[in-house]
Write a protein that binds this ligand. Structure first.
Ligand SMILES: *[C@@H]1O[C@H](CO)[C@@H](O)[C@H](O)[C@H]1NC(C)=O
Ligand SMILES: *[C@@H]1O[C@H](CO)[C@@H](O)[C@H](O)[C@H]1NC(C)=O
Ligand SMILES: *[C@@H]1O[C@H](CO)[C@@H](O)[C@H](O)[C@H]1NC(C)=O
Ligand SMILES: *[C@@H]1O[C@H](CO)[C@@H](O)[C@H](O)[C@H]1NC(C)=O
Length: 405
Protein backbone atom coordinates (compact mmCIF):
# COMPACT_ATOMS: atom_id res chain seq x y z
CA UNK A 1 0.00 0.00 0.00
CA UNK A 2 2.61 2.56 1.02
CA UNK A 3 4.64 1.60 -2.04
CA UNK A 4 1.87 2.70 -4.41
CA UNK A 5 1.46 5.89 -2.45
CA UNK A 6 5.18 6.47 -2.64
CA UNK A 7 5.15 6.01 -6.42
CA UNK A 8 2.16 8.33 -6.71
CA UNK A 9 3.99 10.95 -4.65
CA UNK A 10 7.06 10.67 -6.83
CA UNK A 11 4.94 11.11 -9.95
CA UNK A 12 3.32 14.17 -8.41
CA UNK A 13 6.70 15.62 -7.60
CA UNK A 14 8.05 15.15 -11.13
CA UNK A 15 4.98 16.62 -12.80
CA UNK A 16 5.10 19.62 -10.47
CA UNK A 17 8.77 20.33 -11.20
CA UNK A 18 8.14 19.94 -14.93
CA UNK A 19 5.57 22.73 -14.84
CA UNK A 20 6.40 26.36 -15.22
CA UNK A 21 7.29 28.07 -11.99
CA UNK A 22 4.34 29.96 -10.59
CA UNK A 23 4.59 33.39 -9.03
CA UNK A 24 4.18 33.59 -5.27
CA UNK A 25 0.90 35.05 -4.09
CA UNK A 26 2.56 38.31 -3.01
CA UNK A 27 4.20 38.75 -6.39
CA UNK A 28 0.86 38.03 -8.10
CA UNK A 29 -0.91 40.62 -5.98
CA UNK A 30 1.77 43.17 -6.78
CA UNK A 31 1.59 42.32 -10.49
CA UNK A 32 -2.12 42.93 -10.42
CA UNK A 33 -1.93 46.13 -8.40
CA UNK A 34 0.87 47.55 -10.48
CA UNK A 35 -1.44 47.15 -13.49
CA UNK A 36 -3.96 49.43 -11.75
CA UNK A 37 -1.15 51.86 -11.05
CA UNK A 38 -0.41 51.88 -14.80
CA UNK A 39 -3.77 53.43 -15.62
CA UNK A 40 -3.89 55.97 -12.80
CA UNK A 41 -0.36 57.13 -13.49
CA UNK A 42 -0.98 57.32 -17.23
CA UNK A 43 -4.12 59.43 -16.68
CA UNK A 44 -2.30 61.83 -14.36
CA UNK A 45 0.42 62.30 -16.93
CA UNK A 46 -1.91 62.58 -19.91
CA UNK A 47 -3.59 65.61 -18.29
CA UNK A 48 -0.31 67.51 -18.46
CA UNK A 49 -0.26 70.22 -21.12
CA UNK A 50 2.65 70.09 -23.55
CA UNK A 51 3.52 66.49 -22.75
CA UNK A 52 3.61 64.53 -25.97
CA UNK A 53 5.06 61.02 -25.98
CA UNK A 54 4.56 58.99 -22.82
CA UNK A 55 6.51 55.87 -21.92
CA UNK A 56 6.39 54.33 -18.48
CA UNK A 57 7.00 50.91 -17.04
CA UNK A 58 4.49 50.40 -14.21
CA UNK A 59 6.38 47.41 -12.79
CA UNK A 60 9.55 49.48 -12.60
CA UNK A 61 7.63 52.36 -11.03
CA UNK A 62 6.28 49.88 -8.48
CA UNK A 63 9.79 48.73 -7.69
CA UNK A 64 10.93 52.34 -7.19
CA UNK A 65 8.03 52.75 -4.78
CA UNK A 66 9.27 49.64 -3.00
CA UNK A 67 12.63 51.33 -2.64
CA UNK A 68 10.93 54.33 -1.00
CA UNK A 69 9.19 51.95 1.41
CA UNK A 70 12.52 50.34 2.21
CA UNK A 71 14.07 53.69 3.03
CA UNK A 72 11.01 55.10 4.77
CA UNK A 73 9.60 54.90 8.24
CA UNK A 74 6.11 55.26 9.71
CA UNK A 75 3.61 57.05 7.48
CA UNK A 76 6.20 57.87 4.82
CA UNK A 77 6.60 54.12 4.33
CA UNK A 78 2.98 53.16 4.82
CA UNK A 79 1.82 55.61 2.12
CA UNK A 80 3.73 53.51 -0.39
CA UNK A 81 1.67 50.49 0.56
CA UNK A 82 -1.51 52.49 0.17
CA UNK A 83 -0.48 53.64 -3.31
CA UNK A 84 0.17 50.00 -4.23
CA UNK A 85 -3.03 48.84 -2.43
CA UNK A 86 -1.07 46.40 -0.26
CA UNK A 87 -1.68 47.92 3.18
CA UNK A 88 -2.00 44.52 4.79
CA UNK A 89 1.05 42.97 3.18
CA UNK A 90 4.11 42.66 5.41
CA UNK A 91 7.18 44.70 4.47
CA UNK A 92 9.30 41.67 3.75
CA UNK A 93 6.63 40.32 1.39
CA UNK A 94 6.33 43.68 -0.35
CA UNK A 95 10.05 43.68 -1.09
CA UNK A 96 10.39 40.02 -2.00
CA UNK A 97 7.22 40.12 -4.12
CA UNK A 98 8.32 43.15 -6.14
CA UNK A 99 11.74 41.67 -6.61
CA UNK A 100 10.32 38.34 -7.78
CA UNK A 101 7.98 40.07 -10.22
CA UNK A 102 10.69 42.17 -11.81
CA UNK A 103 13.11 39.25 -12.04
CA UNK A 104 10.43 37.23 -13.79
CA UNK A 105 9.30 39.81 -16.35
CA UNK A 106 12.79 41.01 -17.28
CA UNK A 107 14.33 37.55 -17.69
CA UNK A 108 15.84 37.87 -21.14
CA UNK A 109 16.69 34.17 -21.49
CA UNK A 110 13.21 32.93 -20.75
CA UNK A 111 11.50 35.69 -22.68
CA UNK A 112 13.88 36.32 -25.55
CA UNK A 113 13.51 40.03 -25.00
CA UNK A 114 16.00 42.82 -24.55
CA UNK A 115 15.08 44.76 -21.47
CA UNK A 116 17.94 46.36 -19.64
CA UNK A 117 16.97 48.12 -16.43
CA UNK A 118 19.37 50.17 -14.33
CA UNK A 119 18.44 51.99 -11.16
CA UNK A 120 20.40 54.45 -9.15
CA UNK A 121 19.74 56.36 -5.97
CA UNK A 122 21.54 59.66 -5.70
CA UNK A 123 21.97 61.42 -2.39
CA UNK A 124 23.53 64.79 -1.61
CA UNK A 125 27.23 64.64 -0.75
CA UNK A 126 26.43 65.08 2.96
CA UNK A 127 24.51 61.78 3.16
CA UNK A 128 25.84 58.54 4.60
CA UNK A 129 24.03 55.51 3.26
CA UNK A 130 23.32 52.96 5.99
CA UNK A 131 24.90 49.55 5.33
CA UNK A 132 21.64 47.67 5.81
CA UNK A 133 19.85 49.89 3.37
CA UNK A 134 22.58 49.53 0.75
CA UNK A 135 22.55 45.76 1.14
CA UNK A 136 18.75 45.36 1.03
CA UNK A 137 18.14 47.79 -1.77
CA UNK A 138 20.74 46.01 -3.91
CA UNK A 139 19.20 42.68 -3.11
CA UNK A 140 15.57 43.55 -3.81
CA UNK A 141 15.73 46.41 -6.25
CA UNK A 142 19.10 46.12 -7.91
CA UNK A 143 19.90 49.72 -7.03
CA UNK A 144 23.28 51.38 -7.13
CA UNK A 145 24.04 54.21 -4.73
CA UNK A 146 25.85 57.39 -5.44
CA UNK A 147 26.48 60.78 -3.88
CA UNK A 148 26.34 63.84 -5.99
CA UNK A 149 27.56 67.36 -5.45
CA UNK A 150 25.18 69.91 -6.89
CA UNK A 151 27.40 72.87 -6.11
CA UNK A 152 28.60 72.43 -9.66
CA UNK A 153 25.20 71.82 -11.17
CA UNK A 154 26.26 71.40 -14.75
CA UNK A 155 28.75 68.66 -14.01
CA UNK A 156 26.26 66.95 -11.67
CA UNK A 157 23.64 66.83 -14.43
CA UNK A 158 26.25 65.64 -16.90
CA UNK A 159 27.31 62.81 -14.67
CA UNK A 160 23.69 61.61 -14.26
CA UNK A 161 23.25 61.66 -18.03
CA UNK A 162 26.56 59.87 -18.55
CA UNK A 163 25.56 57.12 -16.17
CA UNK A 164 22.19 56.65 -17.92
CA UNK A 165 23.81 56.61 -21.32
CA UNK A 166 26.45 54.12 -20.26
CA UNK A 167 23.97 51.79 -18.59
CA UNK A 168 21.76 51.67 -21.71
CA UNK A 169 24.65 51.21 -24.16
CA UNK A 170 24.16 54.74 -25.42
CA UNK A 171 20.44 54.36 -26.16
CA UNK A 172 19.47 57.09 -23.71
CA UNK A 173 21.91 59.93 -24.26
CA UNK A 174 20.12 62.43 -22.04
CA UNK A 175 17.53 61.98 -19.35
CA UNK A 176 17.41 65.54 -18.13
CA UNK A 177 18.75 68.96 -19.03
CA UNK A 178 18.38 70.34 -15.57
CA UNK A 179 17.56 69.39 -11.99
CA UNK A 180 15.49 71.90 -10.04
CA UNK A 181 15.43 70.45 -6.56
CA UNK A 182 18.97 69.50 -5.72
CA UNK A 183 18.71 69.02 -1.96
CA UNK A 184 17.14 65.59 -1.68
CA UNK A 185 17.36 61.96 -2.70
CA UNK A 186 16.83 61.21 -6.35
CA UNK A 187 15.80 57.93 -7.94
CA UNK A 188 16.81 57.37 -11.55
CA UNK A 189 15.56 54.48 -13.70
CA UNK A 190 17.28 54.08 -17.06
CA UNK A 191 15.93 51.41 -19.38
CA UNK A 192 16.29 50.04 -22.85
CA UNK A 193 13.51 47.86 -24.22
CA UNK A 194 13.41 46.19 -27.58
CA UNK A 195 10.39 44.06 -28.41
CA UNK A 196 11.21 40.84 -30.21
CA UNK A 197 8.09 39.99 -32.24
CA UNK A 198 6.72 36.49 -32.19
CA UNK A 199 6.58 36.86 -35.98
CA UNK A 200 9.15 39.19 -37.39
CA UNK A 201 8.70 41.86 -40.05
CA UNK A 202 10.73 41.40 -43.18
CA UNK A 203 13.63 43.84 -42.86
CA UNK A 204 13.18 44.83 -46.50
CA UNK A 205 9.52 45.72 -46.09
CA UNK A 206 10.39 49.18 -44.82
CA UNK A 207 9.86 52.48 -46.60
CA UNK A 208 9.42 56.17 -45.82
CA UNK A 209 5.94 57.43 -45.10
CA UNK A 210 4.30 60.39 -43.45
CA UNK A 211 3.17 60.27 -39.81
CA UNK A 212 0.45 62.80 -39.06
CA UNK A 213 1.14 64.37 -35.68
CA UNK A 214 -1.87 66.58 -36.40
CA UNK A 215 -3.90 67.20 -39.54
CA UNK A 216 -1.46 69.89 -40.56
CA UNK A 217 1.87 68.55 -39.28
CA UNK A 218 3.46 65.51 -40.87
CA UNK A 219 6.76 63.87 -40.01
CA UNK A 220 8.66 61.57 -42.33
CA UNK A 221 9.33 58.18 -40.71
CA UNK A 222 10.47 54.75 -41.85
CA UNK A 223 7.46 52.44 -41.71
CA UNK A 224 7.56 48.63 -41.50
CA UNK A 225 4.81 46.46 -42.95
CA UNK A 226 3.60 42.89 -42.60
CA UNK A 227 0.42 40.90 -43.00
CA UNK A 228 -0.35 38.16 -40.53
CA UNK A 229 -2.99 36.62 -38.32
CA UNK A 230 -3.55 38.79 -35.27
CA UNK A 231 -6.15 39.37 -32.62
CA UNK A 232 -8.03 42.43 -33.74
CA UNK A 233 -11.11 44.38 -32.74
CA UNK A 234 -12.84 47.26 -34.44
CA UNK A 235 -14.88 49.27 -31.96
CA UNK A 236 -17.29 50.95 -34.36
CA UNK A 237 -19.12 52.83 -31.62
CA UNK A 238 -15.94 54.49 -30.38
CA UNK A 239 -14.31 54.59 -33.81
CA UNK A 240 -11.07 52.89 -32.88
CA UNK A 241 -9.02 49.80 -33.58
CA UNK A 242 -7.42 47.46 -31.04
CA UNK A 243 -4.63 45.18 -32.22
CA UNK A 244 -2.60 42.65 -30.26
CA UNK A 245 0.81 41.55 -31.49
CA UNK A 246 2.50 38.82 -29.45
CA UNK A 247 6.15 39.17 -28.53
CA UNK A 248 8.55 36.26 -28.56
CA UNK A 249 7.30 33.04 -26.97
CA UNK A 250 3.90 34.69 -26.48
CA UNK A 251 4.82 35.51 -22.92
CA UNK A 252 3.81 39.10 -23.46
CA UNK A 253 2.22 41.13 -26.20
CA UNK A 254 2.03 44.64 -27.54
CA UNK A 255 -1.49 46.06 -27.60
CA UNK A 256 -2.30 49.07 -29.75
CA UNK A 257 -5.31 51.34 -29.37
CA UNK A 258 -5.68 53.71 -32.27
CA UNK A 259 -8.47 56.02 -33.46
CA UNK A 260 -9.68 55.54 -37.04
CA UNK A 261 -8.24 58.89 -38.11
CA UNK A 262 -5.79 61.44 -36.78
CA UNK A 263 -7.21 63.26 -33.74
CA UNK A 264 -5.97 64.29 -30.29
CA UNK A 265 -5.85 61.22 -28.03
CA UNK A 266 -7.96 62.76 -25.22
CA UNK A 267 -11.11 61.09 -26.45
CA UNK A 268 -9.52 57.61 -26.28
CA UNK A 269 -7.78 58.37 -23.03
CA UNK A 270 -11.13 59.12 -21.41
CA UNK A 271 -12.22 55.60 -22.35
CA UNK A 272 -9.02 53.95 -21.23
CA UNK A 273 -9.56 52.02 -18.01
CA UNK A 274 -8.46 48.56 -17.06
CA UNK A 275 -12.03 47.40 -17.29
CA UNK A 276 -12.47 48.83 -20.76
CA UNK A 277 -9.22 47.24 -21.86
CA UNK A 278 -10.47 43.87 -20.65
CA UNK A 279 -13.73 44.43 -22.52
CA UNK A 280 -11.83 45.16 -25.71
CA UNK A 281 -9.58 42.15 -25.16
CA UNK A 282 -12.58 39.89 -24.73
CA UNK A 283 -13.93 41.02 -28.09
CA UNK A 284 -10.75 40.40 -30.05
CA UNK A 285 -10.94 37.94 -32.90
CA UNK A 286 -8.14 36.44 -34.91
CA UNK A 287 -8.11 38.04 -38.34
CA UNK A 288 -5.77 38.70 -41.21
CA UNK A 289 -4.33 42.15 -40.56
CA UNK A 290 -2.00 44.25 -42.68
CA UNK A 291 0.04 46.05 -40.07
CA UNK A 292 2.16 49.13 -40.70
CA UNK A 293 4.14 50.57 -37.81
CA UNK A 294 6.71 53.34 -37.54
CA UNK A 295 10.19 51.82 -37.28
CA UNK A 296 11.58 54.37 -34.88
CA UNK A 297 13.12 54.54 -31.46
CA UNK A 298 11.44 56.50 -28.70
CA UNK A 299 13.52 58.00 -25.94
CA UNK A 300 11.31 59.38 -23.23
CA UNK A 301 12.20 60.67 -19.80
CA UNK A 302 9.70 61.71 -17.16
CA UNK A 303 10.16 63.17 -13.72
CA UNK A 304 7.49 61.23 -11.85
CA UNK A 305 7.87 62.93 -8.48
CA UNK A 306 4.79 65.12 -8.80
CA UNK A 307 2.62 62.40 -10.38
CA UNK A 308 3.45 60.00 -7.56
CA UNK A 309 2.48 62.70 -5.07
CA UNK A 310 -0.88 63.01 -6.87
CA UNK A 311 -1.37 59.27 -6.41
CA UNK A 312 -0.95 59.67 -2.64
CA UNK A 313 2.78 59.61 -2.04
CA UNK A 314 2.61 63.03 -0.41
CA UNK A 315 5.00 62.61 2.51
CA UNK A 316 8.12 61.19 0.89
CA UNK A 317 8.22 64.14 -1.52
CA UNK A 318 7.67 66.77 1.18
CA UNK A 319 10.85 68.13 2.69
CA UNK A 320 9.15 68.94 6.00
CA UNK A 321 7.30 65.68 6.42
CA UNK A 322 9.43 62.98 4.84
CA UNK A 323 10.94 60.34 7.06
CA UNK A 324 13.39 58.41 4.94
CA UNK A 325 15.66 57.74 7.84
CA UNK A 326 16.21 54.09 7.02
CA UNK A 327 18.35 55.29 4.13
CA UNK A 328 20.89 57.14 6.24
CA UNK A 329 19.94 56.59 9.85
CA UNK A 330 18.96 60.28 10.04
CA UNK A 331 15.86 62.19 9.11
CA UNK A 332 17.79 64.21 6.56
CA UNK A 333 16.31 63.25 3.20
CA UNK A 334 13.19 63.61 1.09
CA UNK A 335 12.44 62.34 -2.39
CA UNK A 336 13.24 65.29 -4.63
CA UNK A 337 13.15 63.65 -8.08
CA UNK A 338 12.14 60.39 -9.71
CA UNK A 339 13.55 60.27 -13.21
CA UNK A 340 12.01 57.45 -15.18
CA UNK A 341 13.63 57.19 -18.57
CA UNK A 342 13.28 54.57 -21.27
CA UNK A 343 14.35 53.95 -24.81
CA UNK A 344 12.02 51.75 -26.82
CA UNK A 345 13.14 50.55 -30.20
CA UNK A 346 10.40 49.63 -32.67
CA UNK A 347 12.13 47.32 -35.09
CA UNK A 348 11.52 44.45 -37.49
CA UNK A 349 13.25 41.74 -35.47
CA UNK A 350 11.47 38.68 -34.24
CA UNK A 351 11.07 34.97 -34.65
CA UNK A 352 10.73 33.44 -38.11
CA UNK A 353 7.13 33.22 -39.28
CA UNK A 354 5.19 30.44 -40.92
CA UNK A 355 5.37 31.37 -44.59
CA UNK A 356 2.99 28.62 -45.68
CA UNK A 357 -0.08 30.76 -45.04
CA UNK A 358 1.02 33.41 -47.52
CA UNK A 359 -1.07 33.40 -50.65
CA UNK A 360 -3.79 31.34 -48.97
CA UNK A 361 -7.39 32.16 -48.10
CA UNK A 362 -6.37 32.89 -44.51
CA UNK A 363 -4.69 36.16 -45.42
CA UNK A 364 -7.22 37.34 -47.99
CA UNK A 365 -8.84 40.76 -47.56
CA UNK A 366 -6.84 41.74 -44.49
CA UNK A 367 -8.02 44.46 -42.14
CA UNK A 368 -5.78 47.49 -42.27
CA UNK A 369 -3.91 48.73 -39.23
CA UNK A 370 -1.97 51.66 -40.61
CA UNK A 371 -0.32 53.44 -37.69
CA UNK A 372 0.41 56.78 -39.34
CA UNK A 373 -1.14 58.89 -36.57
CA UNK A 374 -0.96 59.02 -32.75
CA UNK A 375 -1.84 55.88 -30.81
CA UNK A 376 -1.75 54.39 -27.32
CA UNK A 377 0.12 51.16 -26.64
CA UNK A 378 0.72 48.74 -23.80
CA UNK A 379 3.00 45.78 -23.27
CA UNK A 380 0.85 43.30 -21.42
CA UNK A 381 2.41 40.36 -19.71
CA UNK A 382 0.68 37.08 -20.42
CA UNK A 383 2.10 35.20 -17.47
CA UNK A 384 1.88 37.65 -14.58
CA UNK A 385 -0.92 39.92 -15.83
CA UNK A 386 1.24 42.92 -15.15
CA UNK A 387 1.78 45.80 -17.54
CA UNK A 388 5.39 46.11 -18.56
CA UNK A 389 4.93 49.38 -20.42
CA UNK A 390 2.17 51.83 -21.15
CA UNK A 391 2.56 54.83 -23.38
CA UNK A 392 1.56 56.83 -26.38
CA UNK A 393 3.34 57.82 -29.53
CA UNK A 394 2.33 61.30 -30.65
CA UNK A 395 5.48 62.66 -32.20
CA UNK A 396 8.00 60.17 -33.59
CA UNK A 397 11.54 61.24 -34.33
CA UNK A 398 11.97 62.49 -37.86
CA UNK A 399 11.92 65.55 -40.09
CA UNK A 400 8.85 67.59 -40.86
CA UNK A 401 7.56 66.84 -44.32
CA UNK A 402 7.02 69.70 -46.68
CA UNK A 403 3.40 70.75 -46.94
CA UNK A 404 1.74 69.09 -49.83
CA UNK A 405 0.20 71.26 -52.47
C1 LIG B 1 13.72 50.77 9.34
O1 LIG B 1 13.95 51.20 10.64
C2 LIG B 1 13.17 50.55 11.62
C3 LIG B 1 13.39 51.22 12.93
O2 LIG B 1 14.77 51.44 13.16
C4 LIG B 1 13.51 49.09 11.64
O3 LIG B 1 12.73 48.42 12.58
C5 LIG B 1 13.25 48.52 10.27
O4 LIG B 1 13.63 47.18 10.22
C6 LIG B 1 13.98 49.30 9.22
N1 LIG B 1 13.57 48.83 7.94
C7 LIG B 1 14.43 48.35 7.08
C8 LIG B 1 13.82 47.88 5.81
O5 LIG B 1 15.61 48.30 7.28
C1 LIG C 1 15.50 32.98 -16.44
O1 LIG C 1 14.87 31.97 -17.17
C2 LIG C 1 15.69 30.81 -17.35
C3 LIG C 1 14.99 29.89 -18.34
O2 LIG C 1 13.63 29.75 -18.04
C4 LIG C 1 15.95 30.18 -16.01
O3 LIG C 1 16.73 29.03 -16.16
C5 LIG C 1 16.66 31.20 -15.12
O4 LIG C 1 16.84 30.69 -13.83
C6 LIG C 1 15.89 32.49 -15.06
N1 LIG C 1 16.70 33.51 -14.42
C7 LIG C 1 16.32 34.12 -13.30
C8 LIG C 1 17.26 35.14 -12.79
O5 LIG C 1 15.25 33.86 -12.77
C1 LIG D 1 16.06 35.75 -29.24
O1 LIG D 1 16.14 34.58 -30.01
C2 LIG D 1 16.90 34.71 -31.20
C3 LIG D 1 16.77 33.43 -31.99
O2 LIG D 1 16.81 32.30 -31.16
C4 LIG D 1 18.34 35.05 -30.84
O3 LIG D 1 19.11 35.22 -32.00
C5 LIG D 1 18.32 36.36 -30.05
O4 LIG D 1 19.63 36.66 -29.63
C6 LIG D 1 17.44 36.23 -28.84
N1 LIG D 1 17.39 37.53 -28.19
C7 LIG D 1 17.39 37.67 -26.88
C8 LIG D 1 17.34 39.05 -26.37
O5 LIG D 1 17.40 36.74 -26.12
C1 LIG E 1 -0.63 33.53 -23.65
O1 LIG E 1 -0.14 32.25 -23.31
C2 LIG E 1 -0.93 31.19 -23.76
C3 LIG E 1 -0.36 29.91 -23.18
O2 LIG E 1 1.01 29.82 -23.45
C4 LIG E 1 -0.99 31.19 -25.28
O3 LIG E 1 -1.82 30.14 -25.74
C5 LIG E 1 -1.56 32.52 -25.75
O4 LIG E 1 -1.52 32.59 -27.16
C6 LIG E 1 -0.76 33.65 -25.17
N1 LIG E 1 -1.37 34.91 -25.51
C7 LIG E 1 -0.72 35.88 -26.11
C8 LIG E 1 -1.51 37.10 -26.38
O5 LIG E 1 0.45 35.84 -26.44
Amino acid sequence: MWVTNFVALCLLATSASGEEKKLSSHASTLADNSANLAFSLYHNMAKEKNLENILISPVVVASSLGLVALGGKSSTASQVKTVLSVDKVKDEHLHSGLSELLTEVSNSTARNVTWKISNRLYGPSSVNFADDFVKNSKKHYNVEHSKINFRDKRSAVNSINEWASKSTDGKLPEITKDVEKTDGAMIVNAMFFKPHWNEKFHHKMVDNRGFLVTRSYTISVPMMHRTGLYKFHEDTENKLFVLEMPLAHKMSSMVFIMPYHVEPLERLEKLLTRKQLNTWMSKMEEKAVAVSLPKVSMEVSHNLQKYLAELGLTEAVDKNKADLSNISGKKDLYLSNVFHASALEWDTEGNPFDASIFGTEKLRNPKLFYADHPFIFLVKDNKTNSILFIGRLIRPKGDKMRDEL
